[in-house]
Write a protein that binds this ligand. Structure first.
Ligand SMILES: Nc1nc2c(ncn2[C@@H]2O[C@H](COP(=O)(O)OP(=O)(O)OP(=O)(O)O)[C@@H](O)[C@H]2O)c(=O)[nH]1
Length: 574
């Protein structure tokens, strides 16, 4: 169904134009064409009931895309490696073929422009996964490359640090030499030569380190996948070389005064958040010379002179129209902002569905309990199980009754998902999600092995910070030492395997072996009865009192109405 209607999800086209047209004429025909385009999409949504992503509806933004495409010889579409198909706009590739010349001379460069799919954040993929995508894109005839702007930036930083360290060292050496000269010491030359050796080895060390950073998911990987050149994550210089190789012959293009183009213009297009700015910065960062950043003719896109023969043309982040699966998908893909989220269960359920329980537990040092069959559980954890466990462990409670703040927990979890702390990579068509992510999850578990468990549940004034006993021993420098009483509670509180269980600690009346009532054990949930139904009125107040005093017998004397505090009207004040 979606496939049949795919051609109706077009990028808006700029109507043909000539230099002889007036500004008003141009403006009118662009607005008309744009309205037609919007009408077509509205029909698709309303009459045919397709759900579309909240695509870009501002003509000015599309106008910038038009200008970027007209200027560019090579259009680089940047996508997020975790979901390349979600971020790839196929129609953009067709449009690139139709774009007319920048100067309005019909036919200038038409059909000669080239496209390249740049799969950024490739550091998040294993070599095997990259190979899977390479197979797919080869099969559909798309020109692609893997890149990691984050790793490129880290390498550049490591190099700058090494250079700075070398410079600082040289300064010290120079100063020492001066002093020694003053004092007429003879040993100066031999010392400085041994220091020189030191600096060389340090440089080697740092380059080793950055090499390690370069491919965190596959650095120890000497498999066939890692050796496949198609799966290689390119360095900045390799990427520049590729731009030149893929670019069309510039003799097909003219520049402003009708002269043949001399500089290769590379347009960078993509959704927000795919790493466009990071990619540009890594390209700029590689240059020893400072680059000029000149605002383009229109206010918003920028042209950046990378070298005498290469110019980058940076387009603002664009959300292309596409068929949406669910809102939850859009949130998890980072297309909808998390902070303005109203409904958090759907996206969290998607996270729970995609990332195995063990990985979630290991990442956060939690022990997530699933609901028992009589509570409606089916053996797997739900979004609610996860959110409540996380909220309790982090001490996120809602104002008022003090129940776990699931919405706040969801915001943290979803941000971790979007930022790849919780990593899930969508597979190419025909490969199962589990098979594709197996190695990613193994690595996540391995990474979490040495990690200390979440020592962050604080409930009540002066409560200790609790961690499983085994962690207190191994990492006592970080964790507060807990007393005998709290240690007893810890044993119940933490599961046997040392992970944090989904039960809150209650301050005060912990007695070994004593049965706690629900209202004591879960004071912040005092408005919920044992069977899960809400308590209200008198029952709720009794529960609140019990939780406060920890004593059933004496609860009554505290069972008073809360005194009304005199409210000031505000009159008489400035
Ligand atoms: N792991 C990883 N993260 C990256 C990489 N490149 C960018 N990011 C992260 O992705 C997020 C978005 O990066 P930006 O460069 O701001 O993305 P953008 O496409 O320019 O976003 P807009 O400015 O909104 O258009 C940031 O949190 C980056 O740290 C990468 O290669 N690997």
């Amino acid at each position: 169904m979606h496939d049949e209607n795919k051609q109706r999800l077009q990028v808006p086209r700029r109507p043909p134009w000539t230099k002889n047209m007036t500004v008003a004429q141009l403006d009118r025909q662009e607005k008309d064409a744009f309205l037609d385009w919007r009408r077509g999409l509205a029909e698709l949504q309303e009459q045919d009931s397709f759900l579309l992503t909240p695509f870009e509806r501002n003509l000015e933004v599309w106008r910038q895309l038009w200008r970027v495409l007209e200027r560019s010889h090579l259009v680089v579409q940047i996508v997020d490696a975790r979901n390349p198909l979600r971020f790839r706009c196929e129609d953009l590739e067709s449009y690139v073929q139709d774009v007319e010349g920048a100067e309005g001379e019909q036919g200038t460069g038409k059909g000669k422009r080239r496209s390249l799919l740049l799969i950024n954040k490739a550091d998040l993929l294993t070599a095997k996964q990259r190979r899977g995508w390479a197979d797919y894109f080869d099969s559909v005839g798309v020109q692609y490359a893997f890149f990691s702007a984050a790793n490129a930036a880290a390498l550049q930083q490591a190099r700058r640090d090494a250079e700075a360290a070398e410079e600082a060292e040289q300064e010290i050496l120079d100063r020492a030499a001066e002093l020694e000269e003053d004092n007429l010491h003879e040993a100066a030359s031999s010392e400085s030569s041994s220091d020189d050796e030191g600096s060389t080895s340090e440089e080697e060390d740092s380059s080793d380190e950055s090499e390690h950073f370069m491919l965190p998911l596959s650095s120890e990987d000497d498999s066939e996948d890692a050796r496949d050149p198609r799966a290689k994550v390119l360095s900045v210089l390799e990427l520049e070389d590729l731009f030149v190789r893929v670019a069309p012959d510039l003799s097909n293009f003219t520049e402003s005064a009708g002269q043949q183009a001399t500089k290769l213009v590379i347009g960078l297009v993509g959704y927000p958040n795919v790493g466009k700015s990071s990619t540009i910065n890594s390209l700029i960062g590689e240059k020893k010379v400072s680059v000029s950043s000149t605002p383009g003719k229109t206010k918003h896109f920028q042209t950046i002179q990378l070298s005498p023969t290469m110019v980058l043309c940076d387009c603002p982040g664009l959300v292309f129209p596409q068929f949406a699966t669910t809102r939850a998908d859009l949130v998890c893909d980072g297309v909808l902002p998390i902070d303005q989220l109203r409904e958090h269960t759907g996206p969290t359920a998607l996270v729970v569905k995609r990332i195995p329980k063990e990985v979630l537990e290991a990442t956060y040092g939690l022990s997530i309990r699933n609901k028992a069959a009589d509570e409606g559980g089916n053996g797997t954890i739900t979004a609610e199980d996860f959110l409540i466990t996380y909220a309790i462990a982090r001490g996120f409670t809602r104002a008022g009754q003090g129940n776990p703040d699931e919405a706040r927990a969801a915001r943290f979890i979803l941000k971790d998902y979007v930022n790849a702390k919780l990593l899930f990579c969508n597979p190419p068509p025909g490969i199962s999600e589990e098979a594709f992510n197996e190695e990613t999850w193994d690595l996540a578990l391995k990474r979490a092995e040495g990690k200390k468990r979440a020592p962050v549940t604080r409930v009540g004034k002066g409560a200790d910070t609790f961690v499983p006993a085994n962690i207190q021993q191994s990492d006592s420098s970080v964790i507060k030492v807990t007393g005998h009483k709290s240690h007893t509670v810890d044993q119940d509180f933490f599961a046997n395997d040392g992970t944090l269980a989904a039960r809150p600690f209650t301050q005060g009346s912990a007695r070994n072996g004593q049965e706690f009532t629900r209202s004591k054990l879960y004071p912040h949930q005092n408005a919920v009865a044992d069977d899960g139904t809400p308590l209200n009125g008198r029952r709720a107040r009794v529960a609140a009192v019990l939780a406060n005093t920890g004593d059933v017998g004496t609860g009554k004397k505290h069972h008073k109405k809360i005194k009304r505090v005199k409210q000031r009207s505000g009159r008489g004040y400035d």
